[in-house]
Design a protein around this ligand. Structure first.
Ligand SMILES: NC(=O)c1ccc[n+]([C@@H]2O[C@H](COP(=O)([O-])OP(=O)(O)OC[C@H]3O[C@@H](n4cnc5c(N)ncnc54)[C@H](OP(=O)(O)O)[C@@H]3O)[C@@H](O)[C@H]2O)c1
Length: 268
């Protein structure tokens, strides 16, 4: 596993398990299997209603808590300073943990700045190890950072080979905010496995089209959190560090960029 160092020195794995739409025993099993095959980053959110089941897996896993990296997010029911403060406590309780590795504001809400004050305080008291945002456009990010005391460590946004968002990445890079990709496999909106350029490049490296699509992001320093409940795919999605895409291959994948999101909902 490779890691990226966040602004405050915390190390974050470059690949994690997404858990949207997985609940109950299924997500407990999936997280235990993922940890077993080498995952250390688990991505959840209060919105996914699976924090408790993930907490169960974290408690029962053979890997020490300090070797895991748990991300969670607060959404619309927590849109004030007081509610965000309560939301952090709720997540700690649900996840059965003393601290959260990365806490994100789930969308670019009008109250995001106010919620972030509660995040900044939780960082000071050690309840969270890093704080950030999700679904912030360039414009909203620039406005947000004018008003925060601590730079967001991460902006988690929809990003994949058809919409890599190089312009946003460039803005985030300048300020040291790491870009993290949700829908890194397009949430099945596109059949990545049949994309000719990904298949051709995959054949050269002995990799699947999904691995090439993920590597394209990881090689640019973008953290990926592909979701799957299948163990064989978990293994596939994490095996990204034994090859490199050359400049020509990166350029051939660049051409897939359609310049717009595939999603109606992007958290705004
Ligand atoms: N911040 C936000 O607003 C936000 C929004 C959405 C999601 N997220 C987070 O980001 C994570 C990832 O995004 P996502 O779940 O939307 O979509 P995704 O990871 O792009 O795609 C998941 C889909 O891809 C399939 N898949 C996984 N590995 C595959 C492989 N190797 N080959 C072919 N298909 C594969 C999965 O099917 P199977 O499960 O059947 O294997 C699943 O249906 C989420 O789970 C969640 O944690 C965050």
């Amino acid at each position: 596993m490779e890691y990226v160092t966040l602004l405050n020195g915390i190390k974050m794995p470059m690949v994690g398990l997404g858990t949207w739409d997985l609940r109950g025993d299924e997500v407990t099993r999936a997280v235990l299997e993922a940890i077993d095959v080498g995952y250390r980053l688990i991505d959840t959110a209060q919105m996914y209603e699976n924090e408790e089941a993930i907490g169960k897996a974290v408690k029962n896993s053979n890997v020490a808590r300090e070797d895991l990296f748990i991300t969670t997010k607060l959404h619309t029911p927590f849109r004030s300073y007081d509610l965000a403060k309560k939301g952090i406590e709720d997540s700690l309780k649900n996840l059965k943990t003393d601290y959260i590795d990365l806490m994100l504001i789930h969308g670019a809400y009008d109250e995001a700045e106010e919620m972030y004050r509660a995040f900044e305080q939780a960082l000071e008291t050690g309840k969270v190890r890093a704080i950030g945002i999700s679904n912030f456009s360039i414009e909203r990010y620039n406005k947000f950072i004018e008003n925060c005391n601590i730079m967001p460590a991460v902006n988690q946004v929809d990003s994949h080979v058809y919409h890599p968002r190089h312009d946003l990445k460039e803005v985030l890079d300048k300020k040291g905010t790491v870009m993290e990709a949700w829908s890194c496999l397009t949430q099945k909106k596109r059949n990545i496995s049949e994309e000719p350029v990904l298949k051709e490049i995959g054949e050269v490296h002995g990799k699947t089209p999904a691995q090439i699509a993920l590597k394209y992001l990881v090689q640019q320093g973008i953290v990926v959190i592909p979701k799957t409940s299948h163990k064989e795919r978990m293994i596939e999605n994490i095996q990204l560090f034994d090859f490199m895409l050359n400049k020509d291959e990166m350029r051939r994948i660049d051409v897939l960029d359609e310049g717009k999101t595939l999603f109606e909902w992007t958290g705004h």
